[in-house]
Ligand binder design. Structure first.
Ligand SMILES: Cc1cc2nc3c(=O)[nH]c(=O)nc-3n(C[C@H](O)[C@H](O)[C@H](O)COP(=O)(O)OP(=O)(O)OC[C@H]3O[C@@H](n4cnc5c(N)ncnc54)[C@H](O)[C@@H]3O)c2cc1C
Length: 377
């Protein structure tokens, strides 16, 4: 369908909201993004943008903006805590998209995405507090007293989505009994570790279920770490002591232990890990969920941000292919939900000692876990 003249209100200016705004505005829709924060902000850590996401950026004509603040990577390594290689694998889907995974700092990523949106498209300081679905339009109200009615409302408001809770599911996020500690440090602090590669490194201590994920950000002279350890403290942003951080990597390569002993604690982002159960429906005739609002997943397969980008492409493609908004939203869910349901399942399963010879369980097909690809046919 033709999107010219269609009004779209996107709730949330994270990766999902910004990507969806870009994709739909390129099709001619009149898009406004409403973000609760007063300005863009992201924690200091790195993520990998998969070939499928890089392919979407190329299609939208924004690949140069992303490549300017990222570096290409060719594979993934699974190692013992003492830095001994168990398994190496190249990123899947490189050949399908003619590009590879790129590592990027989360802050640089959101800045790059927002920089390619037309001036004025994103309104900061708009916290959505209510939504009324009228059928072929929906009205969103904000804490500041304003409200807006649009032909299409996109709930891109993250794991605790108000849009999801109001219209689709009031089930709360599910605690994974894990903490994740994330920060960046200078590459010089781990001499030798990244001399020969630019791979994603997973150090896994199976007996204690502790993980150290390293994302090199060589273009910044930095490395991002994510330490994920078991914990029964479900506090959303737990207060963590230096002793806890040091203990989280005790017995790992001494270079990693040394980093935890000297790191500036104020730069470490501590989060308890949550996901959500699959939601039965993501859409009505005029409202749809994208990104974590639709399918927040644990971070063990690094697919949360990528799924947000591919949702944006998915909803734009589906609206273009359908003859009405309602039909487009149904098509979007039909195409995307089997895939993200499977990513949620795989991510929740985590790593186990018997599965360390496959760095990308279920991810070797084209943009889809194997099981989901089968379900789609
Ligand atoms: C520890 C950890 C590590 C991760 N590592 C990776 C990784 O390596 N690779 C990867 O792909 N993914 C990773 N992820 C997941 C990834 O961060 C998320 O999937 C991604 O941020 C989801 O983007 P989103 O735009 O859907 O949601 P969010 O990034 O949460 O953005 C939601 C936006 O909506 C706004 N908002 C919320 N409520 C309202 C409201 N009421 N009104 C207006 N605005 C609102 C918020 O302020 C925010 O800007 C990780 C996550 C965690 C926790």
């Amino acid at each position: 369908m033709e999107l010219n003249g269609i009004t779209v209100a996107v709730i949330g200016a994270g990766y999902a909201g910004a990507s969806t705004a870009k994709a739909l505005s390129l099709l001619g829709a009149d898009v406004t993004v409403y973000e609760q924060a007063q300005q863009a902000g992201e924690v200091g850590a790195g993520i990998g943008l998969r070939p499928s996401s890089m392919g979407a950026f190329r299609e939208w004509g924004i690949d140069a903006a992303i490549e300017a603040v990222s570096s290409p990577s060719w594979g993934l390594q699974i190692l013992t805590p003492q830095n001994e290689l168990i398994h190496r694998e190249e990123w899947p889907e490189k050949d399908d998209f003619g590009t590879t995974t790129h590592f990027i700092h989360r802050r640089d990523f959101i800045d790059a995405l927002l920089s390619v949106l037309p001036a004025g498209m994103v309104k900061f300081g708009y916290r959505m507090t209510g939504i009324v679905d009228h059928g072929d339009t929906a009205t969103v109200s904000f804490e500041n007293g304003e409200s807006v009615t649009a032909d299409l409302v996109i709930g891109a408001d993250g794991i605790s989505s108000r849009v999801r809770r109001a219209l689709f599911s009031d089930k709360p996020p599910v605690f994974a009994h894990e903490h994740a500690y994330r920060a960046v440090f200078d590459l010089d602090l781990i001499p030798g570790v990244y001399d020969d590669d630019n791979d994603f490194h997973i150090y896994f201590d199976a007996p204690t279920n502790r993980h150290l994920y390293l994302v090199p950000l060589k273009h910044r002279g930095q490395v991002s770490f994510d330490i994920t350890v078991p914990s029964d403290d479900a506090t959303w942003s737990p207060t963590v002591t230096r002793e806890q951080i040091v203990a989280s990597l005790q017995g790992f390569d001494p270079r990693f232990e040394a980093i935890t002993a000297s790191i500036d604690l104020t730069t470490v982002n501590c989060r308890s890990a949550h996901d959500i159960d699959p939601v039965d429906s993501w859409h009505t005739r005029s409202v749809a969920l994208v990104g974590d609002a639709a399918h927040a997943m644990l971070h063990h397969q690094g697919q949360g941000a990528n799924s947000a980008v591919i949702d944006a492409k998915g909803i734009a493609d589906a609206l273009r292919d359908a003859d009405s908004i309602a039909a487009g939203l149904a098509l979007y869910q039909e195409r995307r939900k089997p895939i993200t349901d499977e990513y949620q399942r795989i991510s929740r399963a985590g790593w186990d000692a018997d599965g360390l010879d496959d760095g990308f369980p279920g991810q070797h097909g084209t943009t889809a876990p194997k099981a989901a690809a089968t379900a789609e046919v």
